[in-house]
Design a protein. Structure first.
Length: 417
């Protein structure tokens, strides 16, 4: 998948990753609210040597690394339980007490956790005092003084805020985890889903040789010229210089869709601004539109052909075929079936136009909010499927002055869905 395919998947399944992001944030918030608060207090013990000379420092460096284990031993915690009259057993208190020796130091940091901040500080100080006495006793020879002296240099104080749960950590973590899971699920759904969501999926079916025009994801400075309607109007304008052109636009979806008709209106508007007469008409593949007294470019849309016979009639009655694929609505199966029938009938579409589904303006990429926004001030006329009414720019100069080319006046038929 290319970057635009990922972006297309995220746009199509935006509800998925937004929902999971919100769910991750809510889960983290629930953990913060439901978790019991615990407090941590710590005391600092300094280890000094009573041996004169360099041998004392060397002795400390060799021994201090093993002292943290003594702080969690029964020799230390047993007297602490009795002194403070704690309800916790030795195994339970051992889980609440930690001791570490920071690298390259002769200090021991003793900490204790409890649901009560006062009790956490009492336990930490009691453990630090008992620990200091126990180490000195263990290191002392039978008939001499201890080579080390431990001093509580920084007693524990009552903590003012809980150590856990840490809302400042859990909430951002829940947000990030939810977002990553949501993005991953959205991409997986786009790959496993049956709905066409990107140009890559269309090219996998139709091949790289076919012209595929995609609408802009959002309005830009180039959106007026770099959109399916404007890009297809160029080839049609060149064809219309040689002879009248009849184009049939069909939707890749078997369901009724207004996308082809809306797109044809915009193509006709672009051609009108370039001085090429164009009109939009509802028709069937079996109808052969007349060219006399008609615009140079006739843009027809109607029911999608189903039988192979209808596809062959389509090629007999029209000069070009345009396939309109609505991303997020057309399915892969529908597009594959359309390609199979077109290939069997020898139909080579002039182009495949990708639009972003109903509710999006094909020229700008902006959301459609009303009927007026959807069609805008149209400069094209709806044509009857049959008839010989002169059209602006037709071969009859006597009648062409009734309606100036590209700017119809008087009774203009309103857009019909």
């Amino acid at each position: 998948m290319e970057l635009r395919d990922y972006l297309s998947a995220l746009r199509q399944y935006w509800r998925t990753w937004v929902a999971l992001t919100a769910l991750g944030l809510l889960a983290a918030f629930a953990v913060v609210q439901l978790s019991a608060e615990t407090y941590r207090a710590g005391a600092q013990v300094f280890v000094a040597s009573t041996i004169d000379g360099p041998n004392g420092a060397q002795f400390i460096n060799q021994r201090v690394g093993s002292y943290p284990d003594i702080a969690q031993s029964r020799s230390v915690l047993g007297p602490v339980i009795e002194e403070l009259e704690l309800e916790e057993s030795f195994e339970e208190l051992r889980l609440l007490v930690t001791a570490v020796n920071p690298a390259e130091t002769s200090q021991i940091l003793v900490s204790a956790t409890s649901s009560s901040p006062e009790e956490a500080a009492r336990i930490a100080n009691a453990v630090a005092e008992t620990f200091s006495e126990t180490v000195e006793t263990l290191e002392a020879p039978v008939d001499g003084r201890s080579p080390v002296a431990l001093t509580v240099t920084d007693p524990a104080i009552v903590p003012s805020s809980p150590a856990s749960p840490d809302a400042g950590l859990l909430l951002p973590l829940g947000l990030v985890v939810g977002l990553l899971l949501g993005l991953a699920l959205a991409i997986v759904r786009s790959r496993l889903g049956t709905v066409v969501s990107s140009e890559t999926e269309v090219r996998e079916i139709w091949g790289d040789q076919l012209e595929i025009y995609a609408s802009a994801a959002r309005a830009t400075r180039r959106s007026a010229t770099d959109n399916p309607a404007a890009r297809l109007a160029g080839p049609l304008e060149l064809r219309a210089e040689a002879a009248p052109v009849r184009v049939f636009a069909l939707s890749s979806s078997v369901d009724r869709s207004t996308a082809p008709r809306r797109l044809l209106r915009q193509i006709a508007d672009v051609l009108a601004t370039r001085g090429v007469s164009a009109g939009v008409v509802r028709a069937t593949v079996a109808e052969r539109l007349p060219t006399a007294n008609q615009p140079r470019v006739q843009l027809a849309t109607g029911r999608r052909p189903v039988a192979l016979r209808e596809w062959r009639q389509l090629m007999q009655n029209y000069d070009a075929v345009v396939v309109v694929v609505e991303l997020g609505r057309s399915t892969v199966g529908e597009l594959q079936e359309l390609h199979t029938m077109a290939t069997a009938a020898g139909v080579e579409p002039l182009a495949v136009l990708l639009v972003r589904g109903r509710g999006v303006d094909l020229a700008t990429g902006r959301s459609i909010r009303s009927r007026a926004d959807r069609f805008g001030p149209s400069t094209t006329l709806d044509l009857p499927a049959k008839g010989g009414t002169p059209f602006p720019g037709s071969a009859d100069p006597a009648e062409s002055s009734l309606v100036p080319s590209g700017r119809p006046t008087g009774a203009v038929q309103p857009p019909r869905d």
